[in-house]
Design a protein around this ligand. Structure first.
Ligand code: F6P
Length: 370
């Protein structure tokens, strides 16, 4: 009897998911004679037993499609909203794995998905994962698919902002995604030639940012582009959050209240609107904000992401054939590495402060606000 493999996509969608589904599916079907089904909408669909056959017809023509043909959700097996209550649905999910006589489950997703997959692995399922996220923050892999496409879109946005910023002699703040990591703002900021790059890893001083913009202005450059990661924080906000968490050690409720107050005061991490206002006040230059938002995740995957997703997908099929489970198929150089899930979960790949991209940006006079 041929082996049966399940696939699901979970977390925020990312360009390259369909290329990965196609790579895994085609290799499993064609090379190893296995059968493949997809679960709709991540772990929720697996819990509700909503499936879709992934035969060669279903896998054809999807390489260049954005999003995920399987749909996705952020639901967790052990904390799923069901009939108005959050419930642990792990047993139901394990039951559906058995019902379909699965030999393995492939989970495509970011940090949260790796954690959920690890949880199912501990229940005895043969689980294997791929790293997907535009944030590029999955630990233990060189890169995640989705990042390259988002990088291209964010860079094009900076290119386009240049001409309007230049014409109006304005400061243009561009807020980019990335969650708590600065890869997207840093990469696009360098590639697009942003004058200021603000990332969560380097808390900024707004006065230093304003001074850098004024220096440009006095030297005849009447405009400035600020690429800001959504998770970037000013030094004051970092200090306040540190103080609050010290005071309320172990008191999560109070910490959350403090954060809510920060948000209400327009002083939350990544509040780009507040930053744009502050810069206008401090420099006397007109300032405008653009939030690129979901455009960064939508549409056709780049050639780089199609290639990455395909090579990790086919490697995943080979690992399944070899019976290697409980691992994430990480990108390593031009190839791949099977990394145990226990080494991936609970870690975030942020930008190291000694990363050469930061050094390189400083060499071309980019300000980090530090
Ligand atoms: O993790 C990917 C990401 O796009 C982040 O960059 C962003 O913070 C978040 O997802 C947005 O999430 P949602 O899809 O839940 O709005």
């Amino acid at each position: 009897m041929s082996k049966m493999i399940g696939i699901l996509t979970s977390g925020g969608d990312s360009p390259g998911l369909n290329a990965a589904i196609r790579g895994i599916g085609k290799a499993l079907l064609g090379r190893y004679g296995m059968k493949v089904i997809g679960f709709r909408d991540g772990f929720r669909g697996m819990m509700e037993n909503r499936t879709q056959l992934l035969d060669s017809e279903a896998l054809s023509g999807i390489l260049t499609l954005g999003g995920t043909i399987l749909g996705t959700s952020r639901d967790k097996p052990y904390a799923m909203p069901v009939a108005g209550k959050t419930r642990d649905m792990t047993d139901v999910i394990v039951g559906n794995y058995r019902k379909h006589h699965l030999d393995a489950l492939v989970c495509l997703g970011g940090g949260g998905t790796q954690k959920n997959a690890y949880h199912l692995m501990k229940q005895g399922l043969n689980v294997i994962t791929l790293p997907k996220t535009i944030d590029n923050d999955v630990a233990m892999t060189d890169v995640s698919f989705g990042y390259d496409t988002a990088l291209g879109i964010a860079t094009e946005a900076i290119d386009r902002l240049h001409s309007t910023a230049h014409s109006h002699h304005r400061i243009l703040v561009l807020e980019l995604m990335g969650n708590k990591a600065g890869w997207l703002a840093l990469g696009a900021g360098i590639a697009g030639g942003a004058d200021v790059i603000l990332i969560p890893e380097i808390p900024y001083d707004v006065k230093k940012v304003a001074a850098a913009i004024l220096r440009r202005s006095h030297s005849g450059q009447g405009f400035s582009i600020v690429a800001m990661a959504e998770g970037a924080m000013s030094r004051q906000v970092v200090a306040k959050l540190d103080e609050a968490s010290k005071k309320d050690k172990g008191n999560k409720k109070k910490e959350k209240k403090q954060q809510a107050q920060e948000v209400a005061a327009g002083n939350k991490p990544g509040n780009s609107q507040y930053l744009a206002q502050q810069l206008e006040e401090l420099t006397g230059l007109e300032s405008r904000l653009t939030i690129l938002g979901y455009l960064q995740r939508g549409g056709t995957p780049s050639a780089g992401d199609r290639l990455l997703a395909t090579r990790l997908g086919t490697a995943c099929a080979d690992l399944i054939h070899n019976g290697e489970f409980g691992v994430m198929v990480a990108a390593r150089g031009d190839g791949f590495e099977a990394v145990p899930l226990k080494d991936v979960v609970g870690r975030r790949r942020t930008v190291p402060l000694d990363h050469y991209w930061i050094e390189s940006a400083r060499s071309v006079h980019t300000c980090f606000g530090d």
